[in-house]
Design a protein around this ligand. Structure first.
Ligand SMILES: Cc1ncc(COP(=O)(O)O)c(C=O)c1O
Length: 288
């Protein structure tokens, strides 16, 4: 099953008066997140290029979603899969990865520590890393896939004024802004990020000392830093207003979108990376 062709829906209750808000629901992908796209393109091209040999072990550093997408492909195509996971990753993510047959290597610290550990395993010959932070197919997945789907499914005669997406590896924002700006030249591109000292799973701050080599933020016109607690409030709002069960990074994006539309008006399209199942043990659901 190839990822993609996720629904683009209008969020009429969340959109401030006089504005329009459209969301691409990326949890309608095979393992429930936007990262199925990058996983599929990176895996397929490593096989086609002969970089990944039949049965060769795969190693990847990931906060969860890329690992879940890759673990599924590794399982289907019979590659052992080891995931280096930051110790901050939620229990739901760990269980899901195990469910998909991956071996978990929990690395004390954050995503950068997981990357360093995965690199050391590859250097000692223990497997092949697709390396989502430096793999151009992570960007092409969105340039060739997501952005074309948005152009194809866009329901209005007028283009949107704003695109908002999370910044993590940079695959989503780089591939989509390149793809969409070819047709929608005036599109403002908003990067949604956590504060560097208040992380949100899957997302990265431009102030982080490690900036992924595939990320090209030259097309980004606006930057929003969102506190995790604010993103969690927006998760609750998405449920209350739209009946949408979104993950924390989607909450951050929706918060930034509503703020942008309230201040400037216009039409926004947002890419919502995953839904809420992997976050049920945390806020806002832990109180239920
Ligand atoms: C939940 C979540 N949100 C956002 C992102 C960021 O997407 P990208 O890596 O394409 O920048 C990720 C990436 O792993 C993610 O897992």
């Amino acid at each position: 099953m190839k990822p993609g062709n996720t629904p683009l829906v209008e969020l009429r209750n969340l959109a401030p008066a006089g504005t329009r808000l459209f969301a691409k629901l990326e949890w309608f992908n095979p393992t429930g997140s936007i990262k199925d796209r990058a996983a599929w393109y990176m895996f397929r091209n490593a096989v086609e290029d002969g970089k990944l040999k039949p049965g060769q072990p795969l190693i990847e550093a990931t906060s969860g979603n890329t690992g879940i997408g890759l673990a599924r492909l590794a399982l289907i195509h019979r590659h052992p899969m080891a995931i280096c996971l930051p110790s901050t990753a939620t229990e739901e993510r760990r269980r899901l990865l195990r469910a998909y047959g991956a071996e978990l290597i929990v690395v004390e610290g954050g995503p950068n520590d997981a990357i360093a550990h995965a690199r050391s395993l590859v250097e000692s010959g223990q497997g092949h890393m697709l390396y989502q932070y430096g793999n151009r197919w992570n960007v092409y997945a969105h340039f060739l896939g997501t952005s074309r789907e948005i152009l194809r499914d866009w329901p209005l005669d007028e283009p949107p004024t704003h695109l908002l997406a999370a910044y993590g590896t940079g695959g989503t924002i780089t591939g989509n802004s390149r793809g969409l700006k070819m047709t929608w030249k005036d599109l403002r591109v908003h990067s949604v990020e956590p504060f560097v000292d208040d992380p949100i799973g899957g997302m990265r701050s431009q102030d982080d000392p490690f900036q992924p080599p595939i990320a090209d933020l030259s097309l980004v016109t606006d930057r929003h830093e969102v506190h995790k607690g604010v993103a969690e409030l927006a998760v609750a709002d998405a449920m209350k207003e739209e009946g949408l069960f979104v993950g924390t990074s989607s909450g951050a994006i929706l918060h930034a979108a509503v703020e942008t539309l309230s201040g400037e008006g216009g039409t926004a399209v947002v890419l919502l990376p995953d839904d809420g199942w992997k976050y049920l043990s945390g806020a806002p659901w832990s109180e239920l």
